[in-house]
Design a protein around this ligand. Structure first.
Ligand SMILES: Nc1ncnc2c1ncn2[C@@H]1O[C@H](COP(=O)(O)OP(=O)(O)O)[C@@H](O)[C@H]1O
Ligand SMILES: [Mg+2]
Length: 300
């Protein structure tokens, strides 16, 4: 299959930013950031036994943008929770920067959580409704060792974080998260990540709640943030077309297993697993100039 890069530029319309394949990085020589061997999670509920994640191996490198693609029920959220340290694997091991991850005590968990952040489908669930936006951002500065900075320096940092996502800090002070639109909330989440500068960002379908135009903006900002901070981004999605455009590496998940993984080009232009081929055949326009409005926007 011959595909020219310029054929595959995703462009919604003149007003929305363009996400193109030249945003990809070669991360093959970067050190390992998060990896796993034989990671498995089983559930026993109401007499049924489910193997939600079944013996998966993975290697995510520093600065890598990796997408985990699978349909609803394939185990993506269960795997995400294990990566975040919110759920223990039934068996298998997770390694952080080459060493077996140890989150066996509250203190060790807290230490690990300094390195990993998550953004979820619903931005409204991510904020404490009683905290003003200033507090949301100030907490990030305090958490990353900026507690004793002078007040004007803190305002400077918050202003910078807001302008990174095209928000005006001066207009947000004294507001509550629920006074923002969905798109603004998503951007505020990215401003938080800008301040927190984690090693790993896990994004579980972060764009499925918003319209096509905001979606392109959010993706563009996520890519800028990856370039800026050099963090590993794990992007969880059911949308293989979207994964193709933004990822260095793609893992395809079916019934709890990784059926295929490799560079985005390898996996999507020369798929081997029948499941990958089926996911691709469901995307009508993957090899044509791509209108963002064709990206499936519904939550699963
Ligand atoms: N807490 C749980 N208890 C029982 N079964 C669960 C639980 N969480 C997930 N599952 C099951 O594990 C499988 C994978 O679910 P999930 O990880 O949510 O997949 P995805 O995020 O890809 O939709 C599904 O069959 C789901 O019903
Ligand atoms: Mg899910």
């Amino acid at each position: 299959m011959q595909v020219k890069n310029e054929d595959i530029i995703m462009q919604a319309n003149k007003e929305t930013p363009t996400v193109s394949l030249d945003r990809r990085h070669d991360v093959s020589k970067n050190p390992l950031c998060l990896s796993g061997k034989g990671v498995t999670r089983e559930f026993h509920a109401g007499g049924t036994h489910t193997i939600a994640v079944n013996n998966v191996d993975f290697e995510f490198r520093e600065g890598e943008l990796v997408s985990i693609v699978g349909e609803s029920g394939s185990g993506k959220t269960t795997l995400s929770k294990m990566l975040l340290g919110l759920l223990q694997p039934t068996s298998g091991d997770i390694y952080f920067r080459g060493k077996k991850r140890d989150i066996s005590s509250g203190r060790k968990k807290k230490e690990y959580w300094k390195n990993i952040q998550a953004i979820f489908q619903d931005p409204f669930s991510s904020f404490n409704v009683f905290n003003k936006i200033d507090t949301v951002l100030l907490d990030c500065i305090n958490m990353t060792g900026g507690k004793n900075l002078p007040a004007d320096k803190k305002v400077e940092l918050m202003t910078e974080a807001c302008s990174f996502v095209n928000l005006k800090f001066a207009e947000l002070t004294n507001k509550y998260p629920f006074e923002l639109s969905g798109g603004q909330m998503q951007r505020l989440m990215i401003a938080r990540i800008f301040l927190l500068k984690p090693k790993i960002l896990l994004a579980d379908e972060p764009t499925s709640m918003i319209d096509a135009c905001s979606r392109a903006t959010i993706l563009d900002m996520l890519l800028n943030l990856r370039d800026e901070i050099g963090m590993t981004v794990i992007f969880i999605t059911h949308d293989i077309g979207l994964a193709y455009y933004i990822s260095d590496t793609v893992y395809i998940m079916e019934h709890g297993k990784f059926v295929e993984h490799g560079s985005a080009d390898e996996v999507i232009l020369t798929p081997k697993a029948p499941y990958t081929k089926r996911l691709i055949s469901d995307v009508p326009k993957i090899h044509e100039p791509w209108d963002l409005s064709t990206v499936s926007g519904s939550a699963e």
